[in-house]
Design a protein around this ligand. Sequence first.
Ligand code: SAH
Ligand code: SF4
Ligand code: F3S
Length: 434
Amino acid sequence: MKKVYIKTFGCQMNDYDSAKIKALLGEDGYVATASPDDADLILVNTCSVREKPEHKLRSFIGEVRHHRERGARIGIAGCMAQHAGASLFKRYRKDVDLVFGPDHVPNVRELVQRTETERVLENSFLDNAAFAFVQETHSDGKVGAFVTIQKGCDNKCTFCIVPMTRGTEVSRPSAQILDEVRALVDQGVAEVTLIGQNVNSYGLKTDEKTFAELLYAVAELPGVERIRYTTSHPRDMGPDVVQAYRDLPQLTSHLHLPVQSGSDRMLKRMKRFYTRERYLEVVSDLRSARPGLSLTTDIIVGFPGETDADFDETMTLLEEVGFDGSFSFKYSPRPGTPALRLSDEPVLDRVAGERLKVFQKRQQELTLVSNKRDEGRVFDVLVEGPSRWDDDVMCGRTGTFKMVNFPGTADLIGTTVAVEITRGFTNTLRGELA
Ligand code: SAH
Ligand code: SF4
Ligand code: F3S
């Protein structure tokens, strides 16, 4: 029996690819292991969306490279492998056997076999027509699973490296998506999360279903209790998807809708193609369609040219929407991105850091307000497993995607139970079976 260890950085795309890699290598007899120490193959699935992950790669390789001396193979996959493949291949010539980009995940079995006799680099983009989505599934026995519906991204948000690491957008045939969802349900999955960089544009460039039609089709499959999706682009959030929140009870009451900035001037420079006003309109439409919808977002502070006044607009947007949560980042210049041309107006790192702190502090307060508001309410909670600290406490999520801990037994895992919230904290809720 051979063992594979995979370390995954980055977003849900990488999580999904790592699961696919495990499923594919499983056909060659590999089982996944939780430690590099007993692995025959050590892979790191990289991310390059911001600066820090690149440092993480360096220290990861530093930690595992001695395993090569005992014959283990080491490989770098993911987005950095795609856009910096050749230089990584050279830089780590003594440390890694294999470098391959996301387009080559479907061929991972062959690539690993080739490392028996040579070092391997594969980071070309495949033709859209030649790109094949992997059908093999690997639910890991979890209650929820990701299902990819598209690869790549055709947008050109000026700060973003993803179009360069994932290539152009390809929508996966809906028949394949529905097959994968069925297979996952058979493995015990109750919640599917449809993933892509811009899911709302699914199918628009082909004669496939639209994204809204896909949601309805998934909802028709027996056993799918909850449907989530990520990531949405505000520009492409159309009335048909809003309508789905009226029609489909399976669609959960949480939406991650990255806004990036509250300033129209910044949105323009980021080439996001919506205004603050339009974003607020979408939010209001969604909230009328689904009262109680929880909203989270992504924010970038310190984008080139961002003034105090621009940042204030992000803060007032935060108040106006009252986001239940958010991920916020300091702008990080990425190689090859159009925003590099705006670098004559950099925001001082110290200033960006302060803005980030101000934003995150206020968000934390608003998240706590949102969680306190839930006290005394009863939610359907899909039970995921025991809590990290206590086997007699079960952990699950509300339809609003909040984590709830409550006293309960393991036989509840995989079921949906009614839980009354007794206490809201900053990151979680506590409750009792209602
Ligand atoms: N496709 C998604 C997000 C992809 S990247 C979307 O359109 O929203 C995830 C988040 O990382 C982005 O929403 C953005 O907030 C952040 N991000 C991307 N590039 C960045 C950069 N260069 N610097 C800082 N944050 C960045
Ligand atoms: Fe990047 Fe924009 Fe595409 Fe999202 S929509 S992946 S932010 S280019
Ligand atoms: Fe990172 Fe690639 Fe995802 S750059 S955020 S792993 S698409």
